[in-house]
Design a protein around this ligand. Structure first.
Ligand SMILES: Cc1ncc(COP(=O)(O)O)c(C=O)c1O
Length: 425
């Protein structure tokens, strides 16, 4: 508190005389005060710990948010950082953005590499998964007739990007169509492998299918692709900071995620991974000085954007580390199991997601026989103010339920009761 007051008293002009990296350090120390309080939770017993985590978020008192799959809220410490950096940027934008906050990117790149499991020289910050993945989709040097293997259940933005390349450059898209849930790794790998030919250049893998939370065996698909010299792009929008794994374990060449999903970083933050030896051959989406450069930073020529958002990612990393990757996954999986086990035996309720740890985490999609996805989603909201999303995509129909670390068992009791009430009607 004392440091914060000193900071306020000094004001922007006095700070302007100081060394920019010292200012940044002071601000970060200040924010650590909140995190320090959170760290005191670590040794509490399990339920105390998670209720402390709930308090660390600004949870809505008027709705039950079970659509954390679309975008997740940031904990208060991250919101505080965002407001702090934003205010600072508005005191002298070009000074505080380029000379002060910009200096935080390199330390943050290293901290991010430690949780992502790769070299910091392979990570670029941007605004979301779409930007990361489209950087690769549009940056690859593909020729007419080159083939790409993808699925009907991939994310629409990514499908649209590949279709645009098909139209513009004459590449050929080879489609796999799955009937989820599938709890058989080799069946999934074989479905991809059947589409591989000697013209296949790359396979697009959605690591966790957004529609129903199905985890795909990305590493096994990648291993199969590599036997044929096929490159691998992983859409990790829903796997990063949700499932405990390292990028290097996946044997992929390219990987992209949104940090505003499972890392709980501010809305509008993303991350791109490109294997070191592949960087020079990918054109950046926003042109950089040397498009053939082997420096990952060529993908960060994004023009003026919010440095407050970018720097606050560092606080989301701290928050994530405070919980721990394994502990977070175990909790998320337990929340999913809790509500699904209360409804799955009802003859009119269908869970259209895998339920084992090998193939799923927090997300599950539920159907009430005889009701449309829209009817179920509307009933959840009108009856119990539960916000969740109705899914109708290819052969997946239901309501996607996505809890997060702040979700309580009490909220999931209400969810289960409401689903059963509709099923009994
Ligand atoms: C699997 C998958 N890929 C990509 C995206 C795109 O993410 P964003 O809108 O943050 O770019 C999403 C968003 O929900 C997604 O679920």
């Amino acid at each position: 508190m004392q440091r914060r007051n000193t900071f306020k008293l000094l004001g922007a002009s006095a700070l302007g005389l100081a060394n920019p990296s010292m200012i940044l350090r002071t601000m970060q120390d200040d924010l650590q005060v909140s995190l320090h309080h959170l760290k005191s939770l670590i040794n509490r017993d399990e339920e105390d710990f998670w209720s402390g985590i709930r308090e660390a978020y600004s949870v809505s008192p008027s709705i039950i948010n079970l659509n954390n799959g679309g975008v997740a809220p940031a904990p208060r410490v991250v919101q505080e950082a965002l407001n702090y950096y934003n205010r600072l940027c508005n005191e002298g934008p070009s000074y505080y953005m380029w000379r002060v906050l910009d200096q935080g990117r390199e330390p943050m790149r290293r901290n991010m590499a430690a949780i992502a499991g790769c070299s910091h020289e392979e990570l670029a910050f941007n605004r979301n998964s779409s930007e990361s993945l489209e950087t690769v989709i549009f940056g690859l040097r593909l020729n007419k007739g080159d083939e790409v293997v993808l699925t009907k259940q991939d994310y629409p933005n990514m499908i649209n990007a590949w279709k645009q390349r098909e139209k513009r450059d004459g590449i050929v898209l080879k489609w796999v169509n799955f009937n989820y849930p599938i709890e058989d790794k080799s069946a999934i790998v074989e479905a991809y492998a059947r589409e591989f030919t000697d013209k296949t250049r790359i396979v697009h893998i959605t690591h966790v299918v957004n529609w129903n939370g199905q985890l795909l065996p990305a590493k096994e698909i990648a291993n199969e692709a590599k036997k044929r010299n096929i490159e691998v792009l992983v859409d990790a929008a829903h796997s990063f900071a949700h499932f405990p794994y390292k990028i290097e374990d996946l044997n992929c060449d390219y990987w992209g995620t949104s940090l505003h999903k499972w890392l709980s970083a501010p809305i509008g933050s993303g991350l791109l991974y490109i294997k070191k030896e592949k960087i020079s051959s990918i054109y950046p989406l926003f042109a950089a000085g040397d498009p053939d450069s082997a420096d990952i930073r060529k993908f960060e020529s994004l023009g003026t954007r919010s440095f407050a958002i970018e720097q606050s990612i560092g606080h989301a990393i701290d928050f994530f580390n405070m919980i721990g990757a394994e502990r977070k996954f175990e909790r998320l999986f337990r929340l999913k199991k809790y509500w699904t086990s209360k409804v799955e035996d009802h003859p009119k309720v269908k869970i259209i997601s895998p339920l084992s740890k090998e193939f799923s985490g927090a997300i599950a999609c539920v159907q009430v026989v005889g009701k449309t996805s829209g009817e179920l989603a509307d009933f959840l909201f009108s009856e119990s103010k539960i916000h969740a999303v109705g899914i109708d995509w290819e052969n997946i129909h239901g309501v996607r339920i996505t809890p997060n670390v702040y979700t309580s068992f009490r909220e999931l009791d209400i969810l289960a009761q409401t689903i059963l009430k509709l099923a009994d009607k």
